[in-house]
Write a protein that binds this ligand. Structure first.
Ligand SMILES: Cc1cc2nc3c(=O)[nH]c(=O)nc-3n(C[C@H](O)[C@H](O)[C@H](O)COP(=O)(O)OP(=O)(O)OC[C@H]3O[C@@H](n4cnc5c(N)ncnc54)[C@H](O)[C@@H]3O)c2cc1C
Length: 382
């Protein structure tokens, strides 16, 4: 890529590349999520062809794209119908280590993330700490033994997406009991193969074991597993959550679901039914608004002007719209939505049930809608 490549040129260069290299069997915008070895293969392919880590600075091996270029990058992926993949290493941990990691931590962890060799999972939530994350209790106690300085972890994390296939976990642990609970939290990295870590998959309503509870029984991690300073993990966690809400505030799932709604209407001859046209037009307007809001807030972020409550607003708007489009799929699904397996529709298949189930947790993960509304209300109403 040349430094002065236009946005249109970037769009067509990436589109052409996907047409040539993206495996056809993975073309499924909503139902399919690449996991484990399949996700590693896809990330490695991106890396090999110079398309990995659009937002990372070039000196750390990324593409150094502006926010505008990153939006184009993700839009092209959506337009091509690429499968979902959860790249915690590339989207969340990488930018965090670039900001807070030591040179040794960056040198050790960034290259395997880029090459697709190391998959990461996020260990924040605990059985008694979700929305109120600061009340977390997994303990990290400093230790000094024959192996040197380190920490011993005890406790558990829950709802840990892809813990069963991740090589590493980044996690928050309590290192001190302080008056303000946030002041006694530290941010660590742990190899999932460390003795004492046990992963117990949890099957969701859809029947998928996409998340797990992760148990830590006297897990010894080295001193250099600590990111930033002891008891300063809340600063690292907040920075990472900000990035997470930008990622999850993108209305791309609603956009993909609306494409599915159109396919469904064509296949069942409902395009001209007044009730369908009204619902479809309303959702299209809402998507237009959500995309405009996303662009506006991203623009403010580029200028360094975006306030945290704006990211919360974006997250609420996108996740709730996705649920409304999924509701419309059920409404116009002509009874098929009650069945679990993909229904054949005019040469393609649509799993309405799965899309609906995918939409339900969108208002919970990455901060529930209620909690986001609290953040917005506090900032607006004081
Ligand atoms: C699909 C999925 C994937 C996830 N993946 C991960 C992951 O990889 N790693 C990870 O660490 N976590 C993950 N989570 C956990 C997620 O972050 C939590 O579920 C979320 O933070 C909510 O916490 P909780 O489940 O403990 O619910 P609670 O915090 O107990 O909330 C229960 C209900 O009470 C409401 N509520 C809570 N506090 C308030 C308040 N102050 N005001 C008003 N209402 C309130 C909430 O909105 C919610 O409706 C995942 C969750 C889901 C659904």
């Amino acid at each position: 890529m040349s430094d002065n490549e236009t946005d249109d040129a970037l769009r067509s260069r990436f589109t052409d590349w996907l047409r040539e290299y993206y495996p056809e069997k993975w073309r499924d915008p909503l139902s399919l999520r690449l996991r484990g070895p399949a996700e590693k293969t896809w990330l490695a392919l991106l890396f090999e062809h110079g398309w990995r880590a659009p937002g990372w600075p070039r000196e750390h091996g990324g593409l150094g794209y502006s926010l505008q270029q990153q939006l184009i990058y993700h839009d092209v992926l959506a337009q091509h119908g690429t499968a979902r993949f959860i790249d915690f290493g590339g989207t969340l941990l990488g930018p965090t280590l670039i900001r807070f990691g030591t040179p040794a931590q960056k040198a050790r962890h960034l290259p395997p993330i880029l090459r697709g060799e190391a998959l990461w999972c996020q260990g924040y939530s605990e059985p008694n700490a979700g929305s109120d994350l600061a009340s977390l209790s997994l303990q990290a106690i400093p230790t000094r033994d024959a192996e040197g300085d380190g920490f011993i972890l005890n406790g558990s994390k829950i709802w840990t997406t892809q813990a069963d296939s991740a090589d590493w976990i980044f996690l928050l642990a309590r290192t001190a009991k302080t008056e303000r609970p946030q002041d006694g939290i530290s941010f660590f990295l742990a190899d999932m193969k460390t003795p004492g870590i046990t992963v117990r998959p949890i099957v969701n309503l859809e029947g998928e074991d996409e998340f797990s509870q992760v148990f830590f029984d006297n897990v010894r991690i080295p001193a250099d597993a600590l990111v930033h300073e002891v008891n300063k993990g809340w600063t690292v966690a907040r920075s990472l959550l900000g990035v997470e809400r930008i990622v999850n505030g993108n209305p791309h799932l609603s956009k993909k679901a609306l494409v599915v709604l159109d396919t469904l209407a064509r296949a069942t001859g409902q395009q001209n039914v007044p009730a369908f046209r009204l619902a479809r037009a309303q959702l299209a307007c809402e998507l237009h608004n959500a995309q405009a809001l996303y662009a506006q807030i991203c623009d403010a972020a580029i200028r360094g002007d975006a306030a945290p409550e704006q990211f919360s607003m974006m997250k609420v708007v996108s996740s709730e719209l996705f649920q409304r489009v999924a509701d419309a799929l059920i409404q116009f699904g002509q009874g098929h939505a009650g069945q679990k397996d993909a229904m054949p529709y005019d040469g393609s298949t649509i799993d309405l049930h799965q899309i609906y189930m995918l939409s339900r947790p969108a208002t919970i993960y990455s901060g529930s809608s209620e909690v986001q509304r609290n953040i917005i209300a506090r900032s607006v109403l004081g």
